[in-house]
Design a binder for this molecule. Structure first.
Ligand SMILES: Cc1cc2nc3c(=O)[nH]c(=O)nc-3n(C[C@H](O)[C@H](O)[C@H](O)COP(=O)(O)OP(=O)(O)OC[C@H]3O[C@@H](n4cnc5c(N)ncnc54)[C@H](O)[C@@H]3O)c2cc1C
Length: 498
């Protein structure tokens, strides 16, 4: 039986380990943290539980596939329900609320309630996006680009052109939809993968469409359950996970990966699957200069990184009955300016906030009669930020976040209702998960860092070494890194069969 070592028990590490173990390899995961999931972590404090990172489940079929491919019933591991409405969007200092549903009837009511012309425009726009989604799904998202001819061929280029000729999403949207709030609720979602809506290649404007057409789901027990369920399945299949086991080096001999170095010594394997963030791994774990290929330290520093997040996790002394949704977006009074500040590295003056109250759907995540608040603010990653992250910065952003949340109905007194509090900033994302520059979504999916131009799973200058996760093709977000793990495992098996 051939042995594979997986570095990191993030979503992509766990999913690739399951695929490989199921295919007959002997797989061991080495994870620096004490829990599975990577950014899909869990924070527990005084009876409150918080999902650390991802909270919004889109494309649930990709979550289920990990269990179904091994013959399991996904409902036994990650029972899910569809959320309706999906979320509330707040504007104008919390005074205007739009409830956003993925039920077409309710969605039409929302758009028609603002303007019939905007409703017409929305339908036209969504049909453009649906076309893009199908092209992306069939020609870009589920396949590797091993060699340049895999991209530069007539068929792929024709499809790529179709994606591009559909134009820039923001422009076409402005043509169809006049109301700025409606435009905001169908453009901000590119922030889910750490890129500005104004700059993102048209491929990524499909994200809001996926929400509107296929919905947003919730896993009973919260998002971290996906991580523990994958870890359980992997162990059931015979795999082994070593926690608190940071890897210090990928051992390479004669341009071939042969094992890893940990604090307890060398461990050898036939193949290495690296889920640690690609730029971090190339810089810190791949020490053999030849094996880095073009990804030298200098090159890694010159690449563009996605934005980061500052998240407050607050255990509260009460329940907020006036807020009825689990997902809530409080928009900046000027979203465009807010986004510019994030990507130019300026201190945010009027941030947009996402608030997740898991206890609304999963009461066990807070003591009886109380709520836990997860309050997220997209912010600049460390190499773009033109300011230091220190105690003052944390205090500044904490205050900004609370000031926005205070504008919501029933939440004006939150500062006095906090029982327990913690936070995560770009510095912690870098330290805890080795996210390069603290960029929570890895390399930014610009045109020059997408598809064949994004790091691929198979190392270019080293045999038996594969990468998976947000900074590799096809990109960030739980469903997308699940696709990355599928591509990476298939690439490894393809080479092994040669
Ligand atoms: C705040 C936040 C909110 C998000 N919201 C959503 C959302 O709502 N929906 C969504 O779909 N996506 C969301 N995402 C994105 C999603 O969480 C990520 O794209 C995905 O979880 C990344 O998985 P990964 O496997 O690529 O990386 P990671 O989770 O970073 O996994 C890498 C693993 O490698 C380990 N590791 C690193 N270095 C070493 C080493 N040297 N030795 C051993 N182990 C190592 C790390 O500890 C980690 O466990 C969010 C992310 C964040 C941070």
């Amino acid at each position: 039986m051939k042995k594979v070592i997986v570095i990191g028990a993030g979503v992509a590490g766990l999913a690739s380990a399951i695929r490989l173990q199921h295919a007959g390899y002997e797989v061991e995961i080495y994870e620096k943290e004490s829990l599975p999931g990577g950014k899909m972590h869990r924070i527990k404090r005084e009876g409150y539980e918080f999902d650390l990172g991802p909270t919004i489940v889109m494309m649930p079929e990709l979550y289920r596939e990990v269990f179904e491919l091994t013959g399991r019933n996904a409902d036994d591991y990650i029972p899910m329900k569809k959320l309706s409405p999906m979320y509330s969007a707040y504007f104008n200092h919390g005074t205007e609320k739009l409830k956003v549903s993925n039920d077409l009837v309710q969605l039409m009511e929302l758009f028609e309630g603002v303007d019939e012309k905007d409703a017409e425009g929305f339908l036209k726009y969504i049909s453009d996006l649906y076309q893009r989604f199908n092209i992306a799904k069939h020609h870009f998202l589920q396949r590797p680009f091993r060699e340049s001819k895999d991209f530069y061929n007539l068929s792929t280029l024709t499809q790529g052109l179709k994606l591009r000729t559909l134009g820039n999403a923001e422009n076409s949207m402005a043509k169809y939809i006049k109301d700025k709030r409606l435009r905001d609720i169908i453009s901000f979602q590119t922030l889910y993968i750490g890129i500005s809506p104004a700059k993102s290649p048209s491929l990524y404007t499909i994200i809001p469409m996926i929400e509107f057409l296929y919905g947003v789901w919730f896993i009973e027990g919260g998002m971290h359950r996906m991580a523990t369920a994958m870890a359980d399945l992997f162990i059931e299949l015979g795999g082994r996970i070593h926690y608190n086991a940071p890897v210090n080096e990928i051992l390479i001999e004669n341009s071939r990966a042969i094992g890893i170095r940990t604090n307890v010594g060398m461990i050898y394997a036939d193949y290495i699957m690296c889920n640690a963030d690609f730029p971090y791994a190339q810089k810190n774990l791949v020490k053999d200069v030849k094996a880095k290929g073009k990804y030298t330290d200098h090159y890694i520093d010159k690449m563009d990184y996605s934005c980061s997040c500052f998240v407050l996790y607050l255990g509260m002394d009460k329940q907020y009955k006036e807020i009825d949704d689990i997902h809530n977006f409080i928009f900046s009074e000027d979203l465009d300016d807010n986004i510019e500040q994030i990507f130019e590295g300026r201190l945010l003056t009027d941030p947009s906030i996402y608030m997740y109250i898991a206890s609304k759907e999963e009461p066990t995540m807070a003591p009886a009669g109380k709520d836990g608040l997860y309050i997220l603010m997209p912010i600049s990653e460390l190499s773009t930020a033109q300011y230091e992250w220190n105690e003052e910065t944390v205090a500044y952003y904490r205050d900004k976040a609370l000031s926005k949340v205070e504008t919501l109905p029933g939440m004006h007194n939150i500062r006095n209702e906090i029982v327990t509090e913690t936070f995560i900033s770009p510095k912690e994302f870098r330290k805890q998960f080795n996210a390069y520059n603290g960029a929570t979504f890895g390399l930014q999916p610009t045109l020059l860092q997408s598809n064949h131009l994004r790091p691929q799973s198979k190392a270019t200058h080293c045999e038996n070494l594969y990468f998976t996760g947000s900074s590799t093709h096809p990109g960030a977000g739980v469903p997308i890194v699940l696709l990355s793990s599928k591509i990476a495992a298939e690439e490894l098996m393809l080479d092994d069969a040669l």
